[in-house]
Design a protein around this ligand. Structure first.
Ligand code: NDP
Length: 292
């Protein structure tokens, strides 16, 4: 069934969300600090709210898509009483702690709160490749679900409001590790006259095959067993890794994207774990005393 939904924040992402709601027949009210950014959506049938109070009054479901945690408070704090009885879905990128803070703040004003982590770029919104992680109140999820389905696949992680931000941050951290590796690889082949376009197909083939490692690593990590059935032992991998660093140096490259993992591998071997899998390095990442 169509819902009345207010979208606060019409940057690139907020505009894509409001647009997807219009495409799927919801009644959409929009507000943005810079009012002119609302005009294309008004032309397409959204209602313009003159101020935040009007925007909150217009709908049962309120979506905030602002820059950061502070901007959510900048926008909502003066109107907190207007949130009572409403469902607040925050898809602004926040930390897990920020999401938990917003959840208790919203609850203290009588709002049902759901936090979201959008795993898509704006052009993907409303397409099958988009998914959004949610956590927080199950009743907020049920109320808002018809609207949320317009954005992308709905993935609910549980009632702890910080879960979506935690997993969103983990997914993006993993992605940036991959991006760093890709950039180093392109820089390296460039020193040998191979263009990025030439190298991209085989790099993509190789990395696509390697991402399955996440699943086998997960079993070792959860079982705390880094020594079972090791096909590529850490001592061998660490030796090869020193070679990658030497190649980068020999070619006058900046090795800073490779360096940090190299330090962890070296330490792990030095501490006597060369016979294990590389997964044991996780122990240096989870405890604050283990900095290298
Ligand atoms: P934009 O920079 O395009 O838009 C930022 C929005 O926040 C604008 O509407 C801006 O208003 C508003 N804003 C910023 N500060 C304040 C403030 N203090 N008070 C009121 N309004 C404020 O960002 P996006 O739309 O791309 O991103 C929005 C959120 O979505 C972010 O949290 C981002 O991390 C998340 N996201 C974005 C993705 C992307 O690829 N774009 C992907 C996944 C998540 P004004 O127009 O007046 O400046």
């Amino acid at each position: 069934p169509p819902l009345s939904v207010t979208v606060l924040g019409l940057g690139t992402m907020g505009t894509a969300l409001a647009s997807a709601l219009l495409d799927t027949g919801h009644a959409v009210t929009v507000w943005n600090r810079t009012a002119s950014r609302a005009t294309p959506l008004i032309t397409r049938g959204a209602a313009r709210a003159g101020d935040v109070g009007e925007a909150l009054a217009a709908s049962r479901v309120i979506v905030t898509c602002l820059l950061d945690h502070a901007s959510v408070h900048d926008v909502l704090d003066d109107h907190a009483s207007a949130l009572t009885g409403r469902t607040l879905v925050n898809v602004t990128n926040t930390t897990p702690e920020g999401s938990a803070e917003l959840a208790s703040w919203a609850a203290s004003h009588g709002a049902d709160f759901l936090d979201g982590g959008i795993m898509a770029v704006p052009p993907q919104i409303g397409t099958p490749s988009a998914f959004v992680l949610y956590s927080g109140s199950p009743s907020a999820l049920e109320t808002a679900r018809p609207a949320l389905e317009a954005f992308g696949d709905v993935r609910y992680l549980g009632s702890d409001p910080s879960l979506a931000a935690l997993q969103d941050t983990a997914l993006l951290s993993g992605m940036y590790g991959l991006f760093g590796g890709i950039l180093h690889a392109f820089a390296l082949v460039r020193t040998g006259g191979v263009t990025a376009r030439q190298f991209a197909p085989v790099l993509r083939e190789w990395l696509t095959g390697m991402v399955g490692w996440a699943s086998s690593a997960a079993e070792r990590i959860d079982d705390g067993d880094h020594a079972r059935d090791v096909a590529s032992n850490l001592a061998m991998q660490a030796t090869a890794y020193e070679g990658f660093l030497a190649v980068a140096r020999d070619r006058g490259m900046n090795p800073l994207l490779l360096d940090p993992l190299g330090r962890l591998l070296r330490r792990r071997v030095a501490e006597g774990f060369g016979h294990e899998d590389i997964t044991g390095v996780i122990d240096y990442l989870t405890a604050s005393t283990n900095t290298t």
